[in-house]
Structure formats: C-alpha cells, structure tokens
Design a protein. Structure first.
Length: 229
C-alpha cells in the first residue's frame, strides 16, 4: 500500500446509503465541531495502540484488528484504528459507521479523512471532496490529508487547487514522497516539464522514478492518495 510508484486502489464494498443518494447532498456543508480533548490513556494502553498503528502502517490490518480485540479499548484513538483496519480489509461499510461516530470526537479530522478515502475509492468524488476538505480544515497541517485532498481535486480536474494542496504537503513534510510524486505527475500533465524536473531534482527523485511518472502521464494514470493507516 505504501508503494510510491504504483497506482493505489483502495479496497471498498458497497456503501449505504447508495452513491446516488450520497451525491444529491454533496454540496451540503459539513459543520465542524470545536476541538475536544481525547480520553487520557494509561501508558500501557498508549504503547499498545502505537504498536497497532504501526501494524496498520506496515500493511497488517488483520493483525491490527486482532490486537484491538485483545485490548478491548473503546477510546477514541482505538476506535479510529479499528475503522482504519476495517477500511483496509475491504469492510468499508463497517468502517464508515465508526468514522461517522467519530466526526464529533477529538479525532474528527482523521475520521473525515477516512470517510473521504472511502468515498474516493467508491468513485464518489463530490462526497470525497466534502469530507477531505472538512479533514483539512480540522487538521490544516496534516500533510497526508493535504495530499489526499489534492489527489481528489486532481481527479476532479481542479488542477490549480490540487497544485496548491500538493505544494502545501511537500512544504509541510519535504520527505513525503507520495505528495512529491503526485506534484510532479500533475506538472507533467499540465505540460510544465521544466518545473516538474526542477522539483524532481529538489526532492532527489531518481531517473527511473521520473521515467515511470512520464509513462503514467502518457497513460493518464495518477498515483493516488495514501491508504494507510
């Protein structure tokens, strides 16, 4: 899932309500809640949840869910990790239920991101944009959300807005290769070869990677958002 050169396709199941029903209220604004404090965790639980989060990042969502079942934590952070695991194992509908419950919690920004990724994988770009914009508004300095938002904007043909999101992501996290690749791919698609190559040099992207990005441009492909955790 963390490949920086392959197209990432998020696993998904049919969502309820239907995509047509979701699209009808796509322009309805999301009301963001004020920041809330997360439940304070004891050190042991915090350590175990950090290990579970690493399992998700390492592409081991089934193991992560098993460990969540073992610790029986109902904290906001644990529930968010469970939703991530369910999404990564193709149980999008179950994940969506948890994410929706968490949109009024201390992890609301990450919950909106999860909902955005589910909508994106289902091909519902207007809904994905709503959720990812809400996620970005809640967590404006989270570089992965900026990249995900930029990706869906690029898919939607909003290239100028996508460029802004990718540039923000790479300035927030200069070592974040996913956004750097998406940025260069977008510049290639816009015919701005000189700028694309300048950024490639800045980010240390090697010739083989550049060649693959050029091929993806010719094929009309996009790298895609990050799916983990």
């Amino acid at each position: 899932m963390r490949s920086i050169t392959l197209i990432i396709t998020l696993a998904c199941l049919c969502l309820q309500p239907s995509l047509n029903a979701m699209a009808t209220d796509a322009k309805a604004p999301i009301k963001l809640t004020a920041d809330k404090a997360c439940t304070e965790l004891v050190p042991e639980e915090s350590t175990r949840l950090a290990l579970i989060q690493q399992m998700l990042a390492d592409g081991k969502p089934h193991a992560a869910i098993a460990h969540l079942d073992a610790i029986k934590s109902k904290s906001e952070r644990a529930e968010l990790l469970r939703a991530h695991g369910l999404r990564q194992t193709g149980r999008a509908q179950q994940a969506q239920v948890i994410y929706e419950q968490l949109t009024n919690s201390c992890v609301s920004g990450h919950a909106y991101r999860g909902l955005g990724l589910i909508a994106s994988s289902a091909g519902n770009l207007p809904e994905a944009l709503r959720y990812l914009k809400a996620a970005s508004n809640t967590l404006p300095t989270e570089h992965t959300i900026r990249n995900d938002h930029g990706y869906v904007l690029m898919q939607s043909g909003q290239h100028d807005a996508a460029l802004h999101e990718f540039l923000t992501a790479v300035e927030l996290a200069p070592d974040y290769r996913q956004a750097a690749h998406n940025l260069i791919l977008l510049l290639y698609q816009q015919g701005d070869t000189a700028r694309a190559e300048a950024f490639a040099k800045q980010f240390g992207i090697v010739a083989d990677e550049m060649q693959q990005l050029k091929k993806m441009t010719q094929a009309g492909n996009k790298i895609g958002p990050v799916a983990t955790p």
